[in-house]
Design a protein around this ligand. Structure first.
Ligand code: NDP
Length: 482
């Protein structure tokens, strides 16, 4: 029996006890291990008031001082990396090694990156010689930013919103997913230790339809940065349709890998396995449709299956575990449901449904093997819908035109991977894929200075040093006659 951790909201620099809670589950055991405040509009209103009160002071704080506080946040978080990695793994299910090597270091980097990039921003100016006037711009923070983040990369995605928001002088009311709130709660201790003034960042925990909805509807929250599902984004836009809010929406994906017969097969198989199954396939950028040119299809499939069957699924604490449990029982059932659909449609499930041998204490965890399916039609729900789990469909193709059409034949447009050694073809195809990012002969290699975001129903807006500046500030033009 594990002890249960009770979280509290963080408003105006203080931890506030809550009257009601919801359960947070350890996905590897199915046991309750955290109790999360079940916040609603009252808590959100107090958080917005605190953020509003902190805004004049924080936005007028010299940028070097804001930067120093953020660098201190990064330093303290880095010192506590191991502790945060263990918490993140326990809360979300990813292996500890993945949290230790990718997610928490990236959260540290988010603070460092925006703390330093903000120091180098310049304004625009022009001299109108005929009118004897100078025009110049100033970029001003917008106000209270409402930040809503999902459960799949909890600290990484939350800090990718908090860091630019406060670097550019905004104050924040944030809500992480109720399924993964622990590291966000612990981060609030670091905010206080680093000397972040009270009210600059406020964390309100709870479920989306109550706490999240109260943030997006609040009239004093003029900008919303949301990462999550496309359906939730639709609800948020409907809820705010009569208000003029600024939105950044990073949404779902159905990302193709397009593999031509001249691909470096060893690299391609290894990377496509990682892009399909890392973090249990619960990354918006994970590959879920693999198109392989027909003359190498069987070769690719054989190698892919051999390597996939070697992946260890189990205890997230073990160093050799590649995949931990899925986030929740409901999500596991949803993902397994897609495998049932595949079988009912006559597709072939090549691996993934064999029983797992788990230790006694993990028997109620939400584990599932990496699953590979072939023989799926283009209009199947498996090809069209975001599954967000360790399920990948592998499909043969013949020509370049055909694969571009099929890769583009879904409502999403987040990212794609493309495998070919032919320089002309890689540029030609990359230009035609309807996605925000194309990785060629690699995956997940991107400089934070470059724009990130989706096309079609995968989102609105881009994130990068420059794009976040655009989003979290408003540019004003001042025209002065000599
Ligand atoms: P959801 O859309 O279910 O939830 C995202 C966040 O929104 C959570 O904090 C949730 O709260 C909150 N929320 C839910 N309903 C509302 C509402 N009515 N008003 C305001 N907030 C609400 O997504 P998931 O958490 O399930 O995350 C998975 C999704 O996120 C996938 O579609 C994935 O592709 C996408 N994603 C996109 C990324 C990108 O950069 N494009 C990156 C990572 C994920 P709660 O969960 O507490 O109810």
């Amino acid at each position: 029996m594990t002890s249960v951790l009770k979280l509290s909201n963080f408003i105006d620099g203080k931890f506030e006890q809550s009257a009601s809670f919801i359960d947070g589950f350890d996905p590897s055991t199915g046991e309750v291990w955290t109790r999360i405040p079940d916040s609603g509009s009252n808590e959100v209103s107090r958080a917005v008031d605190a953020a509003k009160a902190a805004f004049p002071g924080w936005s007028a704080t010299p940028v070097q001082q804001r930067s120093q506080i953020m660098l201190k946040i990064a330093d303290i978080l880095e010192l506590r990396l191991e502790e945060f990695a263990e918490m993140e793994s326990r809360d979300q299910g990813k292996p500890v090694w993945l949290a230790r090597t990718v997610e928490i270091p990236r959260a540290v980097y988010n603070f460092r990156f925006f703390a330093t990039s903000v120091l180098h921003e310049l304004n625009r100016s022009t001299v109108m010689d005929a009118a004897c006037a100078i025009n110049y711009t100033v970029k001003q923070p917008v106000g209270v930013a409402g930040l809503i983040s999902p459960w799949n990369l909890p600290l990484y995605l939350l800090t990718f919103k908090i860091a630019p928001a406060i670097a550019f002088g905004n104050t924040v009311v944030a809500k992480p997913s109720e399924m993964t709130s622990l590291t966000a709660f612990k981060l609030c201790e670091i905010f206080n230790q680093a000397g972040l003034p009270p009210g600059v960042v406020n964390l309100v925990f709870g479920v989306g339809p109550r706490a999240g909805d109260a943030i997006v509807r609040h009239p004093d929250v003029p900008l919303i940065s949301f990462t999550g599902g496309t359906l939730t984004a639709t609800k948020i836009r409907e809820a705010t349709s009569e208000m003029c809010k600024k939105f950044s929406l990073e949404l779902g994906g159905k990302n193709p890998a397009v593999i031509f017969s001249d691909a470096d097969l060893e690299k391609c198989v290894a990377t496509t396995i990682r892009s399909s199954f890392v973090n249990q396939g619960e990354i918006c950028l994970c590959t879920s449709r693999v198109y392989v040119q027909r003359d190498i299809f069987q070769d690719f499939l054989g190698k892919f299956l051999t390597e996939t069957r070697k992946l260890v699924v189990g205890d997230p604490k073990q160093q050799d575990t590649f995949m931990g449990p899925l986030i929740s029982k409901a999500h596991l059932e949803k993902v397994r449901g897609y495998v049932d659909i595949a079988r009912s449609e006559g597709a072939t499930v090549l691996c993934g449904i064999e029983p797992l041998e788990l230790p006694e204490e993990k028997k109620n965890g939400y584990f599932m093997r990496p699953t590979v399916i072939t023989g799926v039609d283009d209009d199947s729900r498996l090809i069209q819908e975001e599954i967000f789990g360790p399920v990948v469909c592998i499909v043969p193709f013949d020509t370049e035109e055909e694969v571009i059409r099929r890769a583009n034949g879904v409502k999403y447009g987040l990212c794609a991977t493309l495998w070919t050694q032919n320089a002309s073809r890689l540029h030609r195809v990359a230009h035609k894929l309807q996605v925000g990012t194309v990785w060629v002969n690699c995956w997940l290699v991107r400089d934070l200075n470059m724009p990130f975001g989706g096309t079609k129903e995968s989102g609105i807006g881009r994130e990068s040093a420059r794009d976040s500046l655009e989003f979290f500030t408003e540019e004003k033009t001042i025209c002065v006659k000599f």
